[in-house]
Design a protein around this ligand. Structure first.
Ligand SMILES: NC(=O)c1ccc[n+]([C@@H]2O[C@H](COP(=O)([O-])OP(=O)(O)OC[C@H]3O[C@@H](n4cnc5c(N)ncnc54)[C@H](O)[C@@H]3O)[C@@H](O)[C@H]2O)c1
Length: 454
């Protein structure tokens, strides 16, 4: 099949390369000329494990090409994917659909023969109706169907997620479009990936419901972590204790500095706005967003407390900037809010991230960047682990202790088991794992209190 992908970012490029690898002939289009020129030179503009080889292999096989103009690839394609960004609209938090609608207008002008226009971007329920209206208005005689096929891949594991998805959701109102989509995803039947055919609106909402649910799970365990710190319990053990229950599941139960990234923050906000507009507010997600927003600055307060109550004039070393490991994506990364809050409190920041520093430089001011974890720690008053890159999982504590001005380690991802850093003479602070002693809880007191209540 011939496929055109409009928007060659994290989702467009990965989808394009994977569809090409399934044997389809794919053209990835992007308005960003520098991106397309880089791709044509064989350079991958983002960091995503395995993507470089997959792109190179399919370019060599003649199945994957790149373009800045969509007219020709759309004219010859049986399926055209819209994979442009849908960021939060400045000011009100609704999804900004201007890129989607612009792409729809451009696609409409180039359609020839029956074409399935597929929205892969995450878009609010009803957007497919508007895309259909725009195309019909721009090209009244075009033969097409608009389908919703939301993407669930995770950055950092994008290729595996695309090729072995838990499910594929296809929202289509038209039998012929369903047949085209089945053919497109046929190679995945071999992997027995379930395909859910739904209405277009159901598919659109499914994506938001999935992200909001995962964001809720993260926020839930984060609040449990706060309680653990007060009562002297271990959140990792609580998470395991509940996660082994099949009804709950172990994933997304890692306490940390709050969710960030290119999807959860904007998608939870957009869902809240849609729900309010339709008179069915989702209070639980409203609370999740509010709790998560406060959490990032609370993490800065945790660092300040670990430094004895003030970071004024101190240098803080930050390990990890991206919102999660194995990506260079800095969108809404917790590090941004944490670093800014520490700077506000008078600290200077030196940071290191294996892949995210180029993007971070565009978003953060006054940060000094180091070339590795040890250079980052050198002379700092405290070391803060913000993103759990593998490279930070086996740090040489003896070396770090020699380099740091004071041996304080704040581990916001619970990378290290309690006791390990302390063995090397560190003051170690993590998330939701205080002992009863650290929590200041007199066990006997609790027993007394309980007795008093009975
Ligand atoms: N990043 C993820 O992990 C992820 C996962 C699932 C879903 N999504 C969703 O997929 C969509 C894309 O996300 P992304 O992270 O890939 O975005 P991105 O910002 O990395 O890429 C979007 C690309 O679209 C291009 N573009 C915009 N308008 C265009 C047009 N008219 N013609 C051609 N190119 C155009 C931009 O230049 C940019 O390169 C979003 O709706 C997002 O919510 C993202």
């Amino acid at each position: 099949m011939r496929v055109a992908i409009i928007g060659s970012g994290y989702v467009g490029l990965v989808s394009g390369a994977c569809f090409a690898d399934f044997g389809h002939v794919v053209c990835c289009v992007d308005k960003d000329e520098t991106k397309i020129e880089a791709l044509r030179r064989g350079e991958i503009p983002i960091f995503e494990p395995g993507l470089s080889d997959l792109v190179a292999k399919n370019v060599r096989a003649g199945r994957l090409s790149f373009a800045t103009e969509l007219a020709e690839p759309v004219r010859t394609a049986e399926a055209v994917f819209i994979a442009v960004g849908t960021p939060s609209r400045r000011g009100d938090g609704f999804a900004d659909l201007s890129y989607v609608y612009q792409a729809a207008r451009e696609i409409a002008a180039a359609l020839e023969g029956y074409t399935v226009v597929v929205t892969k971007s995450t878009v609010p329920v009803g957007t497919g109706d508007e895309v259909e209206r725009i195309i019909r208005e721009t090209a009244p005689r075009a033969s097409f169907a608009v389908v919703s096929n939301p993407e669930f891949l995770r950055e950092g594991a994008a290729i595996a997620d695309f090729k072995r998805p838990d499910r594929i959701v296809i929202g289509a109102e038209d039998e012929r479009a369903r047949a085209v989509m089945s053919e497109l995803y046929r190679p995945l039947y071999l992997n027995q990936a379930p395909i859910l055919f739904t209405s277009r609106r159901t598919a659109e909402l499914t994506k938001y419901a999935a992200n909001a649910f995962l964001a809720t799970k993260i926020t839930f365990i984060n609040e449990i972590a706060d309680l653990c710190e007060k009562v002297g319990a271990n959140v990792q053990e609580v998470a395991r204790g509940i996660g082994l229950d099949n009804r709950i599941g172990t994933k997304f139960l890692h306490a940390g500095p709050g969710f960030g990234g290119s999807c959860f923050p904007k998608d939870t906000l957009a869902l809240i706005k849609t729900a309010q507009d339709y008179g069915a507010p989702i209070r639980i997600v409203e609370t999740v967003v509010a709790v998560n927003d406060q959490r990032k600055r609370a993490m800065a307060r945790k660092v300040i407390a670990a430094c004895g109550g003030s970071v004024r004039g101190k240098r803080i070393a930050i390990l990890g900037l991206t919102f999660k490991p194995n990506t260079d994506d800095m969108r809404e990364a917790p590090s941004l809010a944490i670093i800014t809050a520490l700077q506000d409190a008078g600290a200077t920041i030196r940071a290191y991230d294996p892949e995210g520093m180029e993007q971070a430089k565009r978003l953060l001011e006054g940060v000094d960047y180091a070339e590795d974890a040890y250079a980052c720690a050198d002379g700092a008053d405290a070391l803060v682990l913000v993103t759990e890159w593998d490279a930070f999982r086996a740090l040489d504590f003896a070396r770090l202790k020699r380099l740091l001005k004071s041996p304080i380690l704040v581990d916001l991802r619970n990378i290290y088991p309690p006791g390990e850093a302390e063995k090397h003479g560190f003051t170690y602070v993590s998330v939701g794992r205080a002992s009863a002693e650290e929590a200041g809880v007199e066990l006997i007191d609790l027993a007394e209190r309980r007795k008093a209540r009975l």
